[in-house]
Design a protein. Structure first.
Length: 205
């Protein structure tokens, strides 16, 4: 049986904030600034915080790791339902598998824009440099261009902005590829060139 999985707990200022399971380097998303958990990104990017990781269980099968994740989320409690301090948005086990609704996409875009607008110009420059440093993986450093090794700025028709790493992956996940196919081709090999599609704007940073 494959026992490569673990369950981890992320602390911020000694307060339990996130429980997850995974294998290899999965836990690193917590401090990456590009996690799917917005609250983690908020503290990492706006306040330059670093979460402390504790491995609660190791050498687990995937099914056992899922069970322990559920157990620990229940133990520490979710903040969004008023039952604890965790930033988790599910009760664990399988995580979030569905796509975002149009309303949830608007909320995410608005929250990201508000966070960005509240930062000083120096903080914005510093954060972009962090994005770029984190995004330059081995293939990118060697000059082999890949959309998924870069960071991209996306503006919707209402002017809401988000920054993502791995444009093709993000668009596929959110069923938005039809908006940006031409923009991706226009940016390929030409960092910094802006592309447009149906009122949306995408730019590599």
């Amino acid at each position: 049986m494959n026992k490569m999985y673990y369950v981890y707990l992320a602390y911020l200022d000694d307060v339990p904030r996130y429980v997850g399971f995974g294998k290899r380097d999965r836990y690193k998303h917590v401090n990456s600034g590009v996690s799917s958990v917005r609250e983690l990104n908020f503290h990492v990017l706006k306040y330059d915080k670093k979460f402390r990781i504790e491995f609660l269980k190791t050498n687990l099968s995937k099914s056992d790791a899922q069970k322990y994740e559920i157990k620990f989320i229940k133990q520490y409690g979710r903040l969004d339902v008023g039952g604890g301090t965790l930033f988790n948005h599910t009760f664990g086990g399988v995580g979030f598998r569905g796509g975002h609704t149009h309303i949830s996409k608007e909320k995410i875009a608005k929250a990201s824009k508000n966070m960005w607008d509240s930062m000083s110009e120096n903080d914005k420059t510093s954060r972009i440099n962090v994005f770029l440093d984190n995004g330059k993986n081995t293939r990118y450093k060697k000059g082999r261009y890949s959309e998924n090794s870069c960071f991209w700025k996306i503006l919707d028709p209402m002017g809401n902005m988000i920054i993502v790493r791995g444009l093709a992956r993000y668009l596929k996940k959110h069923d938005m590829t039809f908006l940006f196919n031409r923009a991706i081709e226009k940016n390929r090999g030409n960092p910094g060139i802006m592309g447009r599609g149906k009122g949306w704007i995408v730019e590599q940073i």
